[in-house]
Write a protein that binds this ligand. Structure first.
Ligand code: BES
Ligand code: MN
Ligand code: MN
Length: 437
């Protein structure tokens, strides 16, 4: 397949946005894509930011024709732990119809489908590409960019492929994403680490205090988050909407995770907990001695990384305020607490019946031979809510990945059949859109 070779090149660039050592590589990925778009007749601009550049490119054919804005990201997550990869993360390798590499599914492979779909495209549609290199670090510079460039970005539809199909061989239209509020909590006790014998009994222990606080964030029996006001803005899901959801194979999910139960908030199905309920999960905890053997020490500091997935109509800033107030109230005397807001993103709901969603549903049915399922997803793409608000255009979320693609993990992969079918569906979508305009 001719779309594969350039993708392998794209995937070989280690564009890890969070790692300063890869700053040049991130830029190289942007320039690589810029050139591919220029070859296809795009006029392009690289917008510098204090960190990684934003690539904007447009190919405007006809002011009367509909305009599509494609969003994607060319940055990737760090590849570690390296020893668990079967082939190196930046030496893309095809095995059994899948390409293995960091970024294969998230998001270079999916983004590439939108570029490859333009090869030989005859439909009269105006195209705009907005591609960033900071999605994996929370899109700090793209959010203000979108607000400042509404006119330039103006489009009739926003098209994003940065998610997964509900199941293999199941074309999927996504109409909801969760948001995110990510905090780091640091707790300081004494001014320095202390001998646990010489000072144990009079010394504050920030690990102990952090554990006590952590245990008060969520009810151990009901799985409810205990931050006052946390659920106030959660929009309930209608019975009508739930009836449209595809059935979740709970046994298969348990098998995939290697667990016997799927713990979570009492009174809600697993699918509702994944798609339409907010969560609170510690993502990391640190403090004290982590090495081999034992060291008798009372640490001066301990910390927690806390991620909260949000649903409409929760707001990341507001949830951060609520969480910070509650955490501070829980902080016992004798400790200093610092709460840092690392990143966030607003949740998204789109209209599953918008005109472009209907066109995409037709395109998917033609290509896959079956109509799409309508799904929400649990992950976050920070700029989507911003694009929806700033441009007022309908958003079409077309996930081409699979849930077993190992996003952010070793052996990330992308199934080539979905690349191929994705390209055909996107091309067909442009054709249908041009006809409908
Ligand atoms: N592509 C993912 C988001 C995603 C994952 C959507 C799974 C649907 C299903 C994206 O690259 C990502 O990893 N987002 C981060 C956001 C964060 C870094 C601000 C996330 O969801 O953790
Ligand atoms: Mn992504
Ligand atoms: Mn990601």
């Amino acid at each position: 397949m001719s779309a594969l070779e350039p993708l392998l090149e794209f995937l070989s660039i280690p564009s890890v946005s969070t790692d300063p050592r890869h700053q040049k590589d991130v830029r190289r990925a942007a320039l690589w894509l810029k050139e591919r778009l220029e070859v296809l007749g795009f006029r392009s601009e690289l917008h510098e930011t204090p960190l990684h550049p934003i690539l904007y490119a447009e190919r405007l054919l006809d002011p009367e024709a509909p305009t599509v804005l494609v969003y994607g990201h060319y940055d990737v997550q760090p590849p570690d732990p390296l020893e668990l990869w079967e082939s190196p993360p930046f030496s893309p390798t095809v095995r059994e119809g899948r390409v293995y590499a960091r970024g294969a599914s998230d998001d270079k492979g999916q983004l590439w489908a939108h570029v490859a779909a333009l090869e030989g495209l005859e439909a009269r549609v105006n195209l705009k590409f907005l591609v960033e290199g900071e999605e994996e670090i929370g899109s700090p510079h793209l959010l203000p960019f979108v607000r400042a460039h509404r006119e330039k970005l103006r489009a009739d539809v926003v098209l994003v492929s940065d998610g997964a199909m509900f199941a293999p061989h199941t074309p999927t239209l996504t109409y909801g994403l969760r948001g995110l509020c990510y905090l780091e909590v640091r707790l300081q006790g004494a001014r320095r680490d202390l001998h646990s014998g010489a000072f144990g009994g009079v010394a504050p222990n920030p690990i102990q205090a952090l554990g006590w606080i952590l245990a008060r964030l969520k009810d151990g029996t009901t799985g409810r988050v205990l931050i006052p006001g946390f659920y106030d803005r959660v929009r309930p899901v209608s019975e009508e909407e739930k009836r449209l959801w595809p059935p979740l194979d709970e046994e298969a999910l348990k098998g995939e995770l290697g667990v016997e139960v799927l713990p979570g908030e009492e009174g809600y199905s697993p699918l509702e907990r994944l798609w339409a309920r907010p969560t609170l999960d510690p993502n990391g905890i640190f403090g004290g001695y982590q090495g081999e053997g034992s060291k008798t020490v009372i640490p001066a500091e301990a910390g927690l990384k806390l991620s909260m997935r949000l649903v409409p109509d929760q707001d990341p800033e507001e949830v951060a305020d609520l969480a910070e107030a509650y955490l501070k109230a829980l902080c016992p005397p004798g400790y200093r607490m610092e709460v840092r807001r690392l990143h966030g993103g607003k949740p998204v709901l789109t209209d599953p019946q918008s005109p472009p969603m209907r066109l995409m549903a037709r395109a998917l049915e033609e290509v896959w031979g079956r109509p799409p399922v309508y799904a929400r997803e649990g992950g976050t793409i920070p700029v989507v809510a911003e694009l929806q608000e700033a441009l007022g255009a309908p958003v079409v979320l077309l996930g081409l990945g699979l849930n077993d693609d190992n996003l952010h993990a070793p052996n990330e992969k992308f199934d080539l059949v979905n690349l191929e079918k994705g390209i055909l569906a996107i091309r067909r979508f442009h054709g249908l859109l041009a006809e409908s305009g």
